[in-house]
Write a protein that binds this ligand. Structure first.
Ligand code: OAD
Length: 246
């Protein structure tokens, strides 16, 4: 493990251009549940009942109640040392793109300025009728919230199963993956596409992949360095070595 951490630091010291993909695992140490771990959300709840347009169309109040619960949970959580290292990286590397699948906004709360949110943000909502109307929104106990302008139902500004990602957002992520020298992936099971395709795009275009995850993933075999551990512990260790020598 120590050798891998040192090697990751060596690679990062030689690099000007970095792209990062994070997943629920980077927020696990902030007490936000992941999706597919033993205690993950998709082992407790049925995704098709809560995270699809069909579910929302049938029962918007149930869906909003669940998102309101998640909003309240996430609002109580604080960024952890893993999030903070990405803030440092943003300042340090001449080219840096932080891509996240997380909807909790913790990267921004940690201080990251520019975050590519692939799956939206749970603290935002949008009008069902005028989809381009996106705004900050905390549901509280209002489980049938309406657009203030047109009175239509509003929905959480997140990507549900079966929905396409915003083309501009995935375009930015794809371009960052294709153009970086090093791609760091942390806290994701790398099974949900198109996010899971980003490290492969990076590798195909000559980037080195550094993975930090508790468990092996489908892309671990393609990684230059694959470290089994917690992002909030491993990332600070790597970063200490990167900063120490420059
Ligand atoms: P998953 O729950 O699928 O995977 C989380 C990964 O993080 C697992 O591989 C864990 O082993 C790892 N992990 C847990 N704690 C960790 C820690 N402290 N440090 C490092 N790794 C840790 O979550 P995602 O990959 O983010 O989509 O899931 C991808 C998408 O599936 C989510 O964005 C969500 C979900 O359905 C939408 O909501 C659209």
């Amino acid at each position: 493990m120590k050798k891998q951490i040192e090697k990751a630091a060596e690679i990062l010291k030689e690099t000007l251009s970095v792209a990062v993909l994070t997943g629920a695992g980077v927020s696990a140490e902030s007490n936000i549940p992941t999706y597919r771990d033993a205690d993950g959300l998709w082992n407790q709840f049925q995704a098709q009942d809560l995270a699809t347009l069909e579910a929302f169309s049938k029962n918007p109040a149930t869906v909003w109640e669940w998102y309101s619960y998640r909003q309240q949970l996430m609002l109580k959580c604080e960024p952890n040392p893993g999030h903070k290292i990405f803030v440092e990286m943003e300042k340090y590397f001449p080219e840096f793109t932080l891509i996240t699948q997380n909807i909790d906004g913790l990267h921004q709360r940690a201080g990251s300025k520019d975050v590519v949110e692939l799956h939206g943000n749970v603290m935002k909502a949008r009008c069902m009728k005028e989809e381009e109307k996106v705004f900050d929104f905390i549901a509280g106990d209002n489980y049938l919230p309406k657009c203030e302008d047109c009175g239509s139902l509003i929905r959480p500004h997140v990507v549900w199963f079966g929905e396409m990602l915003d083309s501009e957002v995935i375009g930015k992520a794809t371009s960052a993956a294709a153009n970086c020298e090093v791609f760091i992936m942390s806290g994701t099971s790398a099974v949900v596409y198109p996010a899971a395709g980003l490290p492969l795009i990076a590798i195909r275009n000559g980037a080195k992949l550094i993975e930090i995850n508790l468990e092996e993933t489908p892309v671990s075999d393609y990684a230059e360095i694959s470290i089994r551990g917690k992002s909030g512990e491993i990332l600070p260790e790597i970063w200490k070595l990167v900063k120490g020598d420059k």
